[in-house]
Design a protein around this ligand. Structure first.
Ligand code: XUL
Length: 498
């Protein structure tokens, strides 16, 4: 190997793949592949093949595999990948890929995290295990998780199930394709997104697995720590200078590696990812679970635990209120600057679409004032505060105060949103310099394996904030009152719904 080693991190996400090269002085290059643009023959421009049933969301596993190979080739055009000493990756969490013993997928399509077609399977798991499922695995029965998906696959096509040697989530399947022998283990970050793993022992729960599908315990991959080597790079991926035989550190899920790549993997640190959905995830010292059953608990890829709550009404709600108020994004931000914290004691529940936290199966917003008739600036403030109040109230079970909140996603560009987050949480809010946090998290694990540099030291060196917003203590009182009022308003709104 030449003087300066490289670690490569891959982010296999819904709409494409990113590959990132991390050297001794930081990120050297990033290459991207977009499924719609670069691999149109798979017919999945948005990352899934359109289906007549909106609950069904499936994608071709071969597209992910080709996407990874292409991203590595492109990265090889930017840096000399012969310097690579270790590689790792993270994939969209959950999903289900059934494979034979050599890792070949059984069938052209596999369900992804957006699939919502396992309601009957989740009901069966709930009826059998009740609250114990959430307490053991960290999540109530969840439609997109590998366990319910496997139960459905076994029921729908018993012959294929019989032929299945391995039941993979997307991360462990891609990891299997990448290594010699085609049979990779899974890390606790991915395994905790399956409704199958016991969070405290970090082993598959034999009773839950056996109930979920016939012979499932024998078909699941081994669980290994997130810093373990899963195998050696297969010759098929050796291109752009990358050498076959390079160690592949076990793949993880995108959320655990994003927490790492955001530099927020120490207990008490959290991330608010303000994208299509708003996702709030926080690092925890112990596996506490959400008594309401809305949030998920995963293992982190840094050896700890993390909460994850997904608020469906994120960017689309902000965009809708902005448009209806006749504002551009500058005007949206100016509206927040022109109004005071909890101005007029207004409360708004932005359930324009069915919501996951709290669970709201049918769309329908609610307000304690005439939302549609209110001045644009008041609507904008009530919306953003309503979103952040829900985030804070539904984070109460995580325990303690947050020492820092990292922000990412389109919404984090809006200064007014960051101000409200800092003041409601009474915690400093930081926006990072880099954007490829998932690929960076995976590359950090590979680098740590290669050099022995601890993850915390790497985070301190690589995850620098571009902007930090300190909380205003003067807003603490009004927001404490607002949070209590929001919780009561939400309870009464939920009680009045079917
Ligand atoms: C988390 C989840 C999504 C996917 C996106 O539970 O389903 O965040 O991981 O790739």
């Amino acid at each position: 190997m030449k003087e300066k080693p490289l670690a490569v991190g891959i982010d296999a996400s819904t709409q494409g793949v990113k590959a990132l090269a991390l050297g001794p002085d930081g990120v050297e290059a990033v290459a991207a592949v977009n499924f719609g643009k670069d691999l149109p023959a798979f017919g999945a421009p948005e990352g899934f093949v359109p289906d007549a049933d909106p609950a069904v969301r499936r994608a071709p596993p071969r597209m992910w595999e080709e996407g990874v190979a292409l991203a590595l080739r492109r990265l090889g055009g930017e840096v000399d990948l012969a310097r690579t000493g270790a590689l790792s990756g993270a994939a969209q969490q959950h999903g289900l890929v059934l494979s034979d013993a050599a890792g070949e997928p059984l069938g052209p399509l596999a369900p992804i995290w957006m699939d919502r077609s396992t309601g009957a399977e989740c009901a069966a798991l709930d009826a059998r295990f009740g609250a114990a499922l959430r307490e053991k695995t960290g999540s109530a029965a969840t439609e997109r998780f590998t366990g319910p998906q496997a139960r459905k696959a076994a029921r729908e096509d018993p012959a294929r199930w019989e032929r299945t040697a391995r039941v993979h989530c997307i991360a462990s399947w891609l990891n299997s394709r990448l290594v010699e022998g085609g049979d990779a283990p899974v890390d606790p970050g991915s395994a905790s997104g399956q409704n199958l793993m016991d969070l405290s022992s970090r082993e598959w729960d034999p009773e839950i697995a056996a109930f979920t599908a016939p012979d499932l315990p024998a078909k699941l991959p081994r669980i290994v720590p997130s810093d373990a080597v899963s195998g050696r790079l297969a010759p098929a991926f050796a291109s752009g200078g990358l050498r076959a035989g390079v160690p592949v550190v076990v793949w993880s899920g995108d959320n655990p590696d994003s927490l790492l790549g955001m530099g927020c993997a120490a207990p008490g640190e959290a991330v608010a990812s303000l994208g299509t959905s708003d996702t709030f995830f926080a690092s925890m010292d112990a596996p506490r679970t959400d008594p309401d059953g809305f949030g998920n608990v995963f293992c982190t890829s840094a050896g700890g635990y993390m909460s994850l709550s997904c608020f469906t009404n994120g960017a689309l709600a902000r965009d809708r209120v902005r448009r209806e108020a006749g504002l551009d994004w500058e005007g949206f931000d100016a509206a927040l600057a022109a109004t005071a914290p909890w101005d007029g004691r207004r409360l708004f529940l932005p359930w324009f679409a069915p919501e996951s936290v709290p669970r709201v199966p049918r769309a329908g917003t609610a307000a304690n004032f005439d939302f549609g008739a209110a001045e644009p600036a008041r609507r904008v403030r009530a919306l953003v505060e309503g979103q952040v109040f829900a985030m804070k109230n539904h984070a109460a079970w995580i325990g303690g105060r947050f020492s820092r909140i990292g922000v990412t996603g389109g919404g984090s560009k809006c200064a007014g949103v960051l101000r409200i987050l800092a003041d409601v949480f009474q915690a400093p809010v930081e926006r990072l310099e880099g954007t490829e946090t998932v690929a960076l998290g995976a590359a950090m694990r590979a680098w740590s394996h290669l050099t022995g540099e601890p993850l915390a030291a790497l985070a301190a060196r690589l995850c620098r904030p571009a902007l930090r917003v300190e909380p205003d203590p003067a807003a603490a009182g009004v927001y404490a009152e607002a949070l209590a009022a929001h919780a009561a308003f939400e309870r009464s709104a939920l009680a009045g719904r079917p």
